[in-house]
Design a protein around this ligand. Structure first.
Ligand SMILES: [Zn+2]
Ligand SMILES: [Zn+2]
Length: 173
């Protein structure tokens, strides 16, 4: 999904896009899945050949819990502030040299900004390190593998603190 920069006539223009999850397609290897619609609401500010995109991205992702492995919904609502510079200007005399460390700067080519890529990157950035279906997810039983959020298994944890075991021996004497 591209933003055709020929469409941006004035110094400032509102760009709104709503796309279905299906039309985004999925790039294999993602830890998330896009569900429902994705809304991109941008204020595009043009300054010669530089375009600044400021706005918001709303979406619903589907993630796997890192403890119990169940899928759960992860709403995404992120603010966007990206600067797009024409790729062809990067080869010059360092005038428009962009530091790679500057994550908020990206390149466009052929007068097109790849909004699909922008969204994908924002999704990646918003993902939690350890996704949890809920803060107090109980995870899986280490013995039977049952989901402890939904089942109460009879497994007992056989590990005993050796110090407590020593105390027990004392008491049993
Ligand atoms: Zn969980
Ligand atoms: Zn169990």
């Amino acid at each position: 999904m591209n933003l055709d920069l020929h469409e941006i006539q004035g110094a400032r223009q509102r760009v709104r896009r709503t796309v279905s999850a299906a039309s985004l397609g999925s790039e294999g290897g993602d830890e998330f899945e896009v569900t429902g619609e994705v809304t991109l609401d941008l204020d595009v500010r043009k300054n010669e050949s530089t375009f600044r995109l400021v706005g918001r991205l709303d979406a619903m992702l589907d993630l796997g819990c890192s403890r119990c492995l169940e899928r759960f919904a992860w709403p995404v609502r992120v603010n966007i502030d990206m600067l797009y510079v024409s790729e062809s200007e990067d080869v010059g005399d360092g005038d428009v040299r962009i530091e790679e460390a500057d994550v908020n700067t990206a390149f466009y080519r052929d007068e097109q900004i790849d909004l699909g890529q922008l969204m994908h990157e924002q999704f990646q950035l918003t993902l939690p390190m350890k996704p949890l279906c809920r803060e107090d997810c109980l995870g899986l039983c280490a013995v039977c593998g049952g989901n402890r959020n939904t089942t109460t298994c009879q497994c007992t944890n056989t590990w005993e603190d050796p110090r407590l075991a020593g105390l027990k021996n004392l008491l049993n004497r």
